[in-house]
Design a protein around this ligand. Structure first.
Ligand code: NAD
Length: 338
C-alpha cells in the first residue's frame, strides 16, 4: 500500500508527538512540518526525517504529496490552518479544543464538508484504556442508569507558567476541561440541558498570567448530574504533571478511575515522580500510549477511507458547552445549552 503523505502544522510539545507517530506508522510518511519558530521546525524535521520544513504553513499545504495534516497550534489558532488545509484538499486531524468559539468550529466543519475531506478532533481520552473500559461498563449495562459523575483533571502550575507560552490566552477550562467535557458527553451519551460554572483566580494573575487558577462546573443532564473540576496551580512537587480522576455512579454500579497515579513505577531522587508509561512514552524509538493511538487511528481512517471515531461535531459540542459555562461564570446563573 502506498504510504499516506502527512504534514504537521505547529510542532511544539503535542505537534512533535504527532510527527513521531507519523514517522513510525507503516501507513504514513512524514513529508513536512511547519512552525512559525523556524529553528523548532528544523529540529523536528531532522529528528523525524521530514523532507522539508517551513515557517509558513501555506507552503506545506501547497505540496501535492501531502494528503493529510495534523494541526497542533495553540488552542485559539486552529481555525485558519484547518480551513486552509481543507481548501487545499487535505484531511485534517486537529488538536483539542477544536477551537475556542462555536463560529470557528462551524466554519471548520463547513470547510471540510465542502472539500469532502475528513475532520477528526484529537480527544485522545477516547483511546485511554481506562476510559474505554469505563465506557464498556456503561454500554453493557453493568452500571445501570447513570446518575452522577465527578471528574477532575488538574495540572501542576508548571503547565501555565513554564510549559505553555500562551496560557493567558487559554485557560484550564479550554486546555483541560475540553477533555473532561468530551469524556462526560461520551459516557452519558447526551447533551446537558443546562450548565453552571464558577472560577477562582489570583495566583496565576499575581505571576503575570491573566487566566483563572481554576474552573468548576456542573452539567445538568436530563436525569443525572456531572461535576467537573480543572485546577491549573497544583504544586510543582506533585509526582505527575497532570492528575485525572473520575467517579461514575449508576443505579446498579459505579466505576472509579485514577490512571495518572497508577504506581507501576515510582522514581525518587531529589523529588518523587511517577514516570509516564501510559499517556505517551517511547519504547525503543516507537511512540506508544493512548495519545499515539489517537493519531494512529486518524491515519488508518485516511488509509482505509473510514470515518474517524471523533468528528468535528464532537469538537463543536464541547466548545458550545465550554462557551455556555463561561457565560454562566460571567452571569452567575445557570445557562441552558441550545
Ligand atoms: N502539551 C500537551 O500535553 C497537549 C496535550 C493534548 C493536546 N494539546 C493541544 O495541542 C495544541 C498545541 O499545544 P502544545 O502544548 O503543543 O503547545 P506549544 O506551544 O508547545 O506548541 C504550539 C506550536 O505552534 C506553533 N505555532 C503558533 N502559531 C503558528 C502558526 N500560525 N503556524 C505554525 N505554527 C504555529 C508555535 O510556535 C509552537 O511551536 C493545543 O491546542 C493543546 O491544547 C497539548
Amino acid at each position: 500500500m502506498k504510504k499516506i503523505g502527512v504534514g504537521v502544522i505547529g510542532v511544539g510539545i503535542q505537534g512533535e508527538r504527532h510527527a513521531a507517530v507519523y514517522a513510525n506508522n507503516p501507513l504514513s510518511k512524514l513529508i513536512a512540518v511547519a512552525d512559525i519558530d523556524g529553528a523548532k521546525a528544523e529540529r523536528i524535521a531532522r529528528k523525524y526525517g521530514a523532507e522539508v520544513y517551513f515557517t509558513d504553513y501555506h507552503k506545506l499545504l501547497d505540496m501535492d504529496e501531502i494528503v493529510a495534516v495534523s494541526i497542533a497550534t495553540p488552542d485559539f489558532l486552529h481555525r485558519d490552518p484547518c480551513i486552509a488545509a481543507a481548501e487545499a484538499g487535505k484531511h485534517v486531524l486537529v488538536e483539542k479544543p477544536m477551537a475556542t468559539s462555536v463560529s470557528d468550529c462551524q466554519a471548520m466543519i463547513d470547510a471540510c464538508r465542502k472539500a469532502g475531506v475528513k475532520l477528526m478532533v484529537a480527544f485522545h481520552n477516547r483511546w485511554n484504556p481506562v476510559f474505554v473500559q469505563t465506557k464498556l461498563s456503561v454500554t453493557n449495562g453493568d452500571l445501570g442508569k447513570l446518575v452522577y459523575a465527578y471528574a477532575r483533571l488538574n495540572d501542576t502550575i508548571y503547565v501555565p507558567t513554564k510549559m505553555l507560552s500562551w496560557a493567558s490566552r487559554s485557560s484550564s477550562l479550554w486546555f483541560l476541561g475540553s477533555h473532561v467535557i468530551d469524556l462526560l458527553l461520551w459516557l452519558f451519551e447526551e447533551k446537558p440541558i443546562k450548565v453552571y460554572g464558577f472560577q477562582r483566580g489570583g495566583k496565576l494573575k499575581s505571576m503575570g498570567i491573566d487566566t483563572p487558577d481554576l474552573y468548576g462546573y456542573v452539567l445538568y443532564f436530563k436525569d443525572a448530574i456531572a461535576f467537573g473540576e480543572n485546577v491549573w496551580i497544583l504544586p510543582d512537587g506533585s509526582p505527575t504533571i497532570a492528575e485525572f480522576k473520575l467517579e461514575l455512579i449508576g443505579d446498579k454500579g459505579c466505576v472509579y478511575t485514577d490512571h495518572s497515579r497508577g504506581r507501576s513505577i515510582e522514581k525518587i531522587t531529589d523529588r518523587y515522580i511517577i514516570p509516564d508509561t501510559y499517556v505517551y512514552y517511547d519504547l525503543y524509538g516507537k511512540p506508544l500510549g493512548f495519545t499515539a493511538e489517537c493519531v494512529n487511528h486518524f491515519i488508518e481512517c485516511v488509509a482505509m477511507d473510514r470515518e474517524p471515531i471523533v468528528k468535528g461535531e464532537d469538537g463543536l459540542i464541547v466548545t458550545k458547552i465550554i462557551s455556555s459555562i463561561l457565560e454562566s461564570v460571567d452571569r452567575l446563573a445557570e445557562i441552558y445549552v441550545s
